[in-house]
Structures are given as C-alpha cells and as structure tokens.
Design a binder for this molecule. Structure first.
Ligand SMILES: Nc1ncnc2c1ncn2[C@@H]1O[C@H](COP(=O)(O)OP(=O)(O)OP(=O)(O)O)[C@@H](O)[C@H]1O
Length: 311
C-alpha cells in the first residue's frame, strides 16, 4: 500500500483552505511563480516553517487549473511510492467438481502492479506538489532528475511486465516546498535537483498580509487582529534567531481570543497568559537553552507598548 505521506488526486481539493487570502505581497509571489511555471520550470518555495508555503503551492496549483497530486516528503517515502510497484497478489481459485467423486482445487497467484502517485500526473500533464521534499531521502528523489531534465520517467522492469521510459506530458508541472536545511529531519537538497528548478525564498509576510491571513483564518475583527499580530511580530523580531514564532502563532492567538471572547487588555491576566503560552510554545519544541523569565518579561513589555500605541 502507498505510505501515509503520499496522497492522491482529490486530496488537495479537500485539504485546500478556503480562507486563502490574497494581498499585494502574496499576489506578487504568485505572479512570479506562474511566470517560471509557464516557462516550463518547476518552482521551489523555500522558507521557515509557517510562512505559508504549502497553502501557496495549493493555491498556485488551483490557478493552473489541472488536477493535482500531492506528496508529503518524509523519511519513509520511497521511489516505489512515487512510481508504483508490485503490491500484493491477485488470487485465482478454480474449483473442478466435474466428476462428482473427484474434487480438484487450483490456486494461482499473480503479482499486481499499482501505479504510484506521479505516474498519472506525468502522463497526463497534471500538477505535482512535493511538499517538504527535502524530508525524503535524496536517493528517493533521484527519480525526478530525468523527469526534469530528459522529460522521461524511468519505470522498472516489473512495470506491467516490461520496463519502459514514460514520456512526460509537456504540461506537467512540479511545485516543491522545503524548510531551511538547519531544520531537524531535513536533508541537504541535491545540487543536481536544485539546478533544475527555480527557488523562491519566502519569509514571513508583511504586516498587512499577516493581519488579513489571521482574520481570514480566525474570524476575529480587523482592529483586534491588528493588535494581536503587532504583538506577535514584535516578539518574533527580537527572538527570531532563537526560536520559531510563525504565522500559525498569529492565527492561533486570534482564534483563541475570538473563541473564548477574551478581552485584549494589558491588565487582563488571562490575556497575557494566553499570549505567553501561545508565543513561547516554540521554545520547548526547539529545546533551546533560553531564559524563560526574561522572555516573559520581554513579551509583557511588548504587550504593554503595542496596546498603548493602538489605543
Ligand atoms: N495566503 C494565505 N491565506 C490564508 N491562510 C494562509 C495564507 N498563508 C498562510 N496561511 C495559513 O498559515 C498557516 C501556515 O501556512 P502553511 O502550512 O502553508 O505554512 P508552511 O510554510 O507550509 O509551513 P511548514 O513549513 O511548517 O509546513 C496555515 O494555517 C495556513 O492556512
């Protein structure tokens, strides 16, 4: 069976978030991405976790308007998950009872080839999103080298009984995403692969985009989201070399404040504690040696200053 990390056609549509927000910043990236894709080059959206790479890839695929296949890179993904393999057996039982005193059963087993996720996309010119491709082992990704350069997919000898080179449809497009190499579980991307696509380095979006994305994902009012996102961004600014404070934190904070109807005020103890819980979660995840008391003091100061400024 294909492994968990590999999803098929249709999954993208289900996973696609209807709250996708277009801002001038997002629009500009999309236009550049389409420019390269339409010229026949795969693109690679690279950036820190929670900068919107996956939803952007999905949105771009949606604009291209072709069915989309998605692969989620991880250690367990194998070449066979992408191109296919002989999975299991087909069993055939023939029962012969022609002469009532003779009872004969014949069983034979046949291996069954099941196409992997990229075959259909390569053949029919669909879109492939390879999310976090550097989490898969480099040797797994080697199969894509000939796809990108020679425009053929090399299939194994057991592919429906004969090995062959599958010609890649001229409309076939790939959108790669990845996190920076210093992240845990990320392999260095192979030079040969990097050389074949165009990388767009992403960072956290501008203030206006982050506010609008947080509003779209949480339903919080714009004026309240402006306050919360300003707190998140100031906190990110001073700590970004130490731990991750992502776009997801802006969304989480807005969602919690909206759902629990928490009053955004410096003298509201609950509000300050929620800010601390949400925005310092990344510290324990990254096991950084950080003075938590100092971080909390910094955050309290930021909350005070931001709420005074936006009064
Ligand atoms: N333009 C946008 N419109 C709406 N929501 C967005 C947008 N950009 C990002 N988001 C939201 O921000 C969050 C992070 O986005 P996403 O998962 O795409 O980031 P990522 O860079 O792929 O993260 P990771 O590297 O951890 O996989 C998600 O909740 C996503 O829905």
């Amino acid at each position: 069976m294909p492994k968990e990390g590999v999803k098929g056609l249709g999954d993208v549509a289900m996973a696609y978030n209807n709250a996708f927000t277009l801002t001038p910043y997002v629009d500009e990236i999309i236009n550049r991405a389409l420019l390269y894709l339409n010229a026949g080059y795969p693109i690679h959206l690279k950036g820190p976790a929670g900068t919107g790479k996956t939803v952007l890839a999905m949105y771009i695929a949606k604009l291209i308007g072709k069915p989309t296949t998605m692969i989620f890179g991880n250690e367990a993904v194998e070449t066979s998950d992408m191109i296919g393999s002989d999975f299991g057996y087909t069993k055939r039982v023939v029962e012969d009872n022609y002469i009532h005193s003779v009872h004969k059963i014949m069983e034979d087993y046949e291996q069954k080839w099941i196409d992997g996720r990229i075959i259909n996309a390569c053949e029919k010119g669909y879109v492939l999103i390879y999310d976090e491709f550097t989490r898969s082992r480099p040797e797994t990704n080697n199969i894509l080298l000939s796809v990108l350069e020679e425009k053929v997919l090399e299939l194994p000898i057991n592919y429906y009984g004969s090995n062959k080179l599958l010609k890649i449809h001229p409309d076939f497009k790939i959108i790669f995403t990845s996190n920076p190499e210093e992240y845990t579980g990320v392999y260095k991307s192979q030079d040969a692969l990097v050389d074949r696509f165009i990388t767009l380095e992403l960072d956290f979006p501008d203030q206006n985009s982050e506010v609008n994305i947080a509003v779209a994902n949480s339903g919080l009012s714009l004026d309240k989201a402006v306050n919360l996102v300003s707190i998140v961004r100031s906190f990110r600014e001073i700590n970004r070399s130490k731990f991750l404070v992502s776009l997801r934190d802006s969304i989480k904070l807005c969602k919690i404040i909206k759902t629990a109807n928490i009053n955004i005020a410096y003298d509201n103890d609950v509000f300050r504690k929620v800010c601390i819980d949400v925005l310092t979660s990344g510290i324990s995840v990254q096991k950084t040696n950080i003075d938590r008391t100092k971080i909390k003091e910094e955050l309290n100061t930021i909350i005070k200053v931001v709420l005074m400024e936006h009064k």
